[in-house]
Design a binder for this molecule. Structure first.
Ligand code: NAD
Length: 397
């Protein structure tokens, strides 16, 4: 079949296997070009098939020669369906990472389930013995509550009045207004249940009870803080409530790990990057596009891989940790620099929609958005047939 971008309401329903392969390879090549560092030996990543989780996996597999286990929820190819980008990222990460001679294992299924936790524990006991680092990088729109058998959905809503912000139609390359409505109490509760810290805590509790955590074990999860133009919808909305819950759980897990393992639990505030969800958060696409423009101009723009590499090499396992008064690692300090913020916000306010679309930053945002699904790589001939049936035989290891 010839695979084209299939996008419905700004959501990709197709992914190109060879483009995903290229995406993984580019990140691996970048990791190889960066310094290696003394880091963890055995790493468990929950949500390691795309975005920040995948970048963390590659940064550690290549930067500190780590063994990795990844738990992700991805769709395999079936009949006319191409499979999700994360599915192919897992397959091709495994193909390339054979060169590391280390163990890399993938579990594909629901990280929220007890069954998945048990399967991962058994694997660790048999093959790894102990875990040195747990990365919780899950982003999900829904979580199954296994005690009530109810699927709970998260919501992108405000806590005050409705809010309107710009976003980009990634097919027609047009800017339009997106409105988010006020959340009910239940919406907030549900979003916290899906995107908060309770499942992170459940994972660490299960790992502790299974006796598979090493002395000095560390765990980290990723939050977002951002600036004033996204505050109403992000930090001051339902997603912000979920992040507050995640941060609260970091303190609870930290106490558990400190006492028993002299370990630690950390929150890293990461910079805004192009992600599948960006286009559904009003203002986020425009903010990220202007931010790229400004950060490139000032030579402080980082790729997703470089950002995570710096987190582990400099801040978690290095001596350049920047903490705020809530003890969060501020890996986002370059984004949050007052001059970068001012210039970004000025640009967002000053430019017309047509001018915003012409920015190099916007072009990079759109290219990244297509590339996370395997499209728009110059090295791939998208007119070539892809034999998805034979590729379907490839399974995550
Ligand atoms: P992403 O969508 O690229 O990746 C999410 C991962 O979670 C994937 O591996 C997916 O398979 C996995 N996943 C989702 N549901 C699952 C389930 N039920 N079981 C197992 N795996 C499941 O997301 P991302 O943008 O990399 O975000 C990761 C984390 O980083 C989130 O907590 C997000 O809030 C945070 N963060 C993101 C940004 C950003 O700009 N992207 C900035 C700061 C913080």
């Amino acid at each position: 079949m010839i695979i084209e971008p299939n996008i419905r309401s700004n959501f990709f329903t197709s992914a190109h296997p060879f483009g995903c392969r290229q995406n993984v390879l580019n990140q691996i090549n970048e990791a190889k070009s960066l310094k290696s560092f003394e880091g963890p030996k055995n790493v468990l990543i929950i949500g390691g098939s795309s975005g920040y989780g995948l970048a963390s996996r590659i940064a550690l597999a290549y930067g500190s020669n780590a063994n990795t286990i990844n738990v992700s929820f991805e769709n395999e190819p079936k009949a006319s369906k191409t499979g999700s980008a994360g599915w192919w990222n897992n397959i091709y990460f495994q193909e390339f990472a054979k060169e590391t001679k280390n163990i890399h294992k993938d579990f594909v299924g629901d990280a929220f389930s007890q069954e998945m936790k048990q399967d991962v524990m058994s694997y660790i006991k048999t093959h790894f013995g102990h875990i040195d680092l747990v990365i919780y990088s899950l982003a999900s729109g829904a979580r199954m509550n296994y005690s009530t058998n109810e699927l709970v959905r998260s919501h992108i809503k405000t806590l005050g009045e409705d809010a309107v912000g710009k976003t980009i139609d990634v097919v027609n390359k047009e800017i339009y207004d997106l409105t988010v409505t006020q959340a009910s109490e239940q919406d907030v509760k549900d979003t916290v249940y899906v995107m908060g810290g309770s499942d992170w805590y459940d994972w660490l509790k299960a790992l502790d009870q299974a006796n598979v955590l090493n002395q000095f074990v560390k765990t980290v999860s990723y939050t977002y803080i951002g600036g004033p133009t996204t505050v109403k919808i992000y930090r001051g909305g339902t997603l912000g409530k979920a992040k507050e819950d995640l941060e609260k759980h970091a303190a609870i897990i930290d106490a558990l790990l400190k006492e028993k393992y002299q370990g630690e639990a950390m929150i890293s505030s990461s910079k805004a990057v192009t992600t599948k969800a960006s286009v559904f958060i009003p203002q986020m696409t425009i903010y990220v596009s202007c931010l790229y423009e400004v950060m490139i101009k000032h030579n402080v723009h980082e790729s997703i891989l470089k950002h995570k590499h710096r987190l582990f090499s400099d801040m978690i396992y290095g001596d350049k940790r920047i903490l705020d008064d809530l003890n969060r690692i501020r890996l986002d300090h370059l984004e949050m620099d007052e001059h970068i913020q001012k210039e970004t916000i000025d640009m967002m306010m000053r430019l017309s929609n047509e001018e915003l679309l012409q920015l190099n930053g916007t072009k990079i945002f759109l290219r990244d958005f297509y590339q996370i699904n395997g499209f728009e790589f110059d090295s791939i001939d998208y007119t070539q047939e892809v034999n998805i049936e034979s590729l379907s035989e490839l399974q995550p290891l």
